[in-house]
Design a protein around this ligand. Structure first.
Ligand SMILES: [Zn+2]
Length: 320
């Protein structure tokens, strides 16, 4: 059995898993990230990778999924707004610390590879993963191949604009990006946007730091009118983006992952009929919208799979 270390590098913590070639995580090590400077992040990576390597005995290499525009050939982070890095030599630096092959790629593309290989994409060749969290990450598999694009940017579905005239300001600077409207942060913004219509609502009467998208979703499930209105705006925007994805790549399956996807059927039931209504040129009902199967582990499993495949590729017998 071949084994690799798969690392999920996020904005608040970093997790390293020992992953075998059947997609199983054998052990995990996690470290919080307070300091996002390059040197501090490298130190945190070492803190989780060293014990993982010890657990594993022998590994093929180390795979890292990180946010941003990443050259998966060299492992350089070309641009990461989350870390405020430009041309950061992440792959080379980690390579110099460990005498092992090191692969680095965008975190959502890694998660897509993991979910396609071992999760909800297992039985299809045309697959899209969207991670709905603080932002929206994405990845596209078409005819069994993970799309990379001309400059590693294929799958940046979060930054197609769906409400350029009246939407929320996105972290990227544009107005009304899919990410700004339909991420967990988007749900919170919808709750503020509809608040004037609910002057007696106490939904937002908590410190901003305590206000989570989950709180709003749960209140919507409990029938709170303010939360229901926010949830309606949110799911309308989510459906709009999903229908666009279907028009672009006509996948067999779109899997929704990330923290917001724990809403499960409550979200799917709201979104599916709207997506159907917005799907015109493609036969309706030919794209399955599901909740991703691997949860928070998709990034680690996918990063390790990248190592076991020798690069950011499905290496797929399913590819035609
Ligand atoms: Zn954007």
């Amino acid at each position: 059995m071949r084994t690799a270390v798969g690392v999920d590098l996020g904005g608040s913590h970093v997790t390293a898993g020992v992953v075998t070639d059947d997609g199983t995580i054998q052990s995990q090590h996690e470290e919080d990230l307070d300091d996002l400077t390059f040197g501090a992040v490298i130190a945190a990576l070492e803190t989780v990778i060293r014990p993982a390597l010890k657990d594993a005995g022998g590994v093929v290499g180390i795979g890292i999924g990180a946010p941003g525009n990443i050259d998966a050939a060299t492992g350089a982070v070309l641009y990461s707004p989350n870390f405020d890095w430009h041309d950061a030599p992440l792959g080379d630096t980690v390579r110099s610390k460990f005498s092992l092959p090191v692969f680095v790629a965008n975190d959502a593309r890694c998660a897509t590879l993991g979910e396609y290989t071992y999760g909800s994409g297992k039985l299809t060749k045309d697959f899209v993963l969207l991670t709905l969290g603080t932002g929206i990450g994405g990845g596209i598999v078409a005819r069994g191949e993970l799309l990379l694009g001309n400059r590693w940017g294929a799958g940046e579905i979060g930054h197609h604009q769906i409400r350029p005239a009246d939407g929320f300001v996105c972290g990227c600077g544009k107005i009304g990006c899919f990410e700004a409207q339909a991420s967990g942060t988007g749900l919170i913004r919808h709750a503020f946007a509809v608040a004037p219509s609910f002057p007696r609502s106490d939904l937002l009467d908590v410190p901003r730091s305590k206000l989570s998208s989950k709180k709003i979703r749960r209140a919507a499930q409990a029938g709170d009118l303010h939360a229901v209105a926010a949830w309606k705006s949110f799911t309308a925007d989510l459906a709009l983006g999903l229908a666009n994805v279907i028009a672009f790549v006509n996948p067999a399956t779109i899997a929704l992952g990330g923290g917001v996807s724990t809403a499960g059927d409550f979200m799917l039931e709201a979104v599916r009929p709207r997506v159907e209504a917005l799907t015109t040129m493609i036969p309706r009902g030919t794209t399955n919208i599901v909740i991703a199967a691997l949860g928070n582990n998709a990034g680690q499993v996918g990063a390790a799979t990248m190592v076991l495949r020798g690069g950011l590729t499905t290496g797929d017998a399913r590819a035609a």
